[in-house]
Write a protein that binds this ligand. Structure first.
Ligand code: BDP
Length: 681
């Protein structure tokens, strides 16, 4: 059991009575009128169904012959008008005449087939079912931070699955299996290149390679997108400017876009990171982000392509509160973007931290469609080695109430779609840590239906991915659900953020204060000194709080009532500040680190209880990872406490052990094995 099959394992059902029940339901399939069974998507759906049922039932689902229906063992595909079932949606019903899968387009049939297969995998009854599903969001897209040289920025599961060297001739089976996995959870777009973009992708030979990928994805309802480096007209086109208002620049992009569409007729569009972390952009020419985005949007509009313009930008004033910059830049631009531009906003105002409040941009640009960007790869949450389920973090953001259009204006309701930074690589099991598959799964399910609970999603994933008694799945669900808070506690409790060491963001570095821009430094975020700790974002500080709706401000403004999980995000407080539970801040902070460490021990014990109940290969793998996580949680606790104690001067509260080493030791660690940096002596 090497994990390659992800949640699409299709092993034979061992309970004979359950298996034979399904066998009776899936004897034949029939295409109703108007269903084009020769379409590539229909063929992919039928192939998947036959493969899945052959595996689970050991039978061969055959096409029906003749006009005579074969009764309850027949599955009928029925096309219905779009006013009955909308785009990509489907209905599954069970009547006397057997199961009926209805949709108004091919993608709907594909998603319906995956739904049926999931039900069989999970042993659910099909008797009398009546299910109707419609994706809640139109844009459900993975962002691969994959470079053309095969490396993956912030990737912890090997190299890029897209092999630009051997494309377009060599079509790896992985491309198809990737598309199958994405489609099975409703993902309908893939950005195959890094946001830190390379203009080379627009050269003819690379476009042929991209077109070959698009051909594999198309039957699975997945559109291909590319990242657009803003200076491409200079680097590739030989122009001396990339000014978005320059006619030669506009003409270059228009021609390039037309050329892309001759190769990829259903090309999705561009993602752009501009004027951020060294990436070129319109600001270099005194133009706004809207002027930059609109120029690309005009080139794409005749082909129905879209621009996803990222809000992760930097302000020219290095002293500005980092948490305020995206809002300050984009709110004034509301109403000036073309219709086919969406602004892509990270879940929190800073950068994919273990916990951040939601970005104040959500709901604040009523005339500009937004996308929610989530990071599935765990850059700041233990990277490749820690078991941390992200669904509770994703749902925390989706459910957060912005109050922008009154009570109930959840973040989910303010966005047109979800973009997830992928955690996929060439590792045999795709994601490195076996449990990281669950985050890919959860992202897709939430993009389809943001109202799903983290528990329900993980219950599906666990049941599909591991065999065994219900107790196995329940234990896995519990571990995934609890793990996020455990990680928050050992890394950045009580609203702290960005305490990771320089560059690679692996391991603790709360003392770091020597980096080029103030807002790259952990010390900038914790603001700890002998008086206290935390970032004052209230009126007496940066007043970032004022970017939120008044009701949200009221929740966070007073440190006495601010939820502890956001306390130090919004407030700078003395070490002996009395918390809502009566503890002083220092004691509570230390206890949280300790709880995080104890949480990793709990995770290991839960997993240990499954020995012999899950397959030995993955059991052993996860056990090894959990050992690393336990060790590194202690490192986080000890390094953080050693540093903060050097400022607070207070004794450790009862139950919190003395750090294993002194502060100098933790400061001196050179991270020889941190991903993304060259080992050095
Ligand atoms: C940061 C990453 C960096 C990305 C950047 C982004 O450290 O590698 O390029 O986000 O989102 O979190 O553009």
């Amino acid at each position: 059991e090497d994990g390659y099959r992800l949640w699409l394992r299709y092993d034979r059902i061992t309970d004979e009575s359950v298996r034979s029940g399904y066998v009776d339901r899936f004897a034949t399939f029939r295409m109703g009128t108007g269903v084009d069974s020769s379409s590539a998507t229909l063929r992919a759906a039928i192939d998947e169904l036959r493969t899945g049922l052959a595996g689970m039932l050991g039978t061969n689902l055959a096409p029906a012959r003749g006009a005579q229906k074969s009764g309850s063992g027949e599955l009928t595909f029925a096309r219905v008008p779009a006013d009955q079932i909308g785009a990509e949606g489907y209905r599954i019903t069970d009547t006397d005449g057997g199961l009926r899968l209805s949709a108004s387009d091919d993608a709907g049939f594909l998603y319906g087939v995956f739904h049926l297969l999931r039900m069989v995998q999970m042993g659910e009854s099909l008797e009398g079912i009546s299910i109707e599903e419609q994706p809640e969001k139109a844009v459900r897209i993975l962002n691969h931070w994959d470079n053309l040289d095969g490396t993956v920025e912030r990737g912890y599961a090997g190299f890029s699955i897209f092999n630009w060297h051997t494309l377009p001739e060599i079509i790896d089976q992985r491309y198809t299996d990737y598309a199958r996995a994405c489609a099975s959870v409703g993902i309908n777009g893939s950005v195959v290149t890094n946001v830190n973009a390379n203009a080379l992708i627009f050269r003819e030979d690379y476009l042929d390679k991209a077109a070959a990928l698009a051909d594999v994805f198309r039957p699975y309802g997945i559109k291909l997108y590319l990242t657009a480096r803003f200076s491409s007209p200079m680097e590739l086109g030989g122009l001396d400017t990339a000014d978005p208002l320059d006619p030669a620049v506009m003409a270059w992009w228009k021609e390039k876009v037309d050329e892309i569409y001759t190769r990829i007729p259903d090309f999705g569009g561009f993602v752009v990171k501009a004027n951020s972390e060294g990436q070129p952009g319109p600001r270099e020419y005194g133009r706004s982000h809207a002027e930059g985005a609109n120029m690309l949007a005009d080139a794409l509009a005749p082909h129905d392509g879209i621009v996803m313009w990222r809000a992760f930008v930097y302000n020219s004033d290095p002293d500005a509160d980092r948490a305020m910059q995206a809002y300050e830049e984009f709110v004034p631009l509301d109403g000036t973007f073309r219709d086919n531009v969406m602004v892509q906003v990270k879940n929190g105002p800073i950068d994919f931290q273990p916990r951040e409040p939601f970005s104040p941009l959500f709901g604040a640009t009523p005339k500009t469609p937004l996308l929610l960007e989530l990071q599935i790869t765990k850059e700041y949450l233990g990277q490749g080695t820690h078991l941390v389920g992200l669904a509770p973090m994703f749902t925390e953001t989706l459910e957060a109430d912005t109050y922008q259009q009154g009570k109930g204006t959840t973040v989910a309701s303010t966005v047109r779609g979800l973009a997830g930074v992928a955690n996929i690589g060439t590792d045999r099991n795709w994601t490195g840590h076996p449990f990281n598959q669950a985050d890919w799964y959860a992202f897709g399910r939430l993009a389809w239906d943001p109202a799903m609970s983290a528990e329900a999603i993980y219950a599906e994933w666990a049941a599909l991915t591991y065999d065994g008694e219900p107790e196995v799945a329940q234990t896995i669900v519990d571990m995934l659900i609890e793990s996020r808070e455990i990680c928050v506690n050992y890394m950045t409790p009580l609203g702290l953020a960005h305490q990771m060491a320089t560059g690679h963001h692996y391991g603790p570095g709360p003392w770091v204060s020597n980096l080029g821009r103030p807002e790259w430094n952990p010390a900038y975020y914790n603001r700890a000194d002998s008086n206290g700790i935390g970032f004052d974002r209230t009126e007496s500080g940066s007043n970032a709080l004022a970017q939120y709706a008044p009701q949200v401000q009221a929740m966070f403004a007073d440190p006495k009532t601010c939820p502890p999980k956001y306390l130090l995000w919004f407030h700078h407080l003395p070490w002996d500040w009395e918390m809502q539970n009566g503890e002083i801040l220092w004691d509570e902070l230390c206890r949280r680190y300790q709880e995080g460490v104890e949480g990793t021990e709990w995770l290991a014990a839960r997993w240990q209880s499954l020995e012999g109940k899950v397959d030995p290969e993955r059991h052993q793998q996860v056990t090894q990872y959990l050992e690393v996580q336990q060790r590194e949680a202690k490192w986080w606790r000890d390094a953080s406490i050693a540093y903060f104690r050097s400022l607070s001067g207070l004794p450790l509260p009862e139950g919190v052990p003395e750090p294993e080493h002194d502060l100098a030791y933790y400061k001196g660690l050179s991270y020889p094995y941190a991903p993304g940096i060259q080992p050095q002596w």
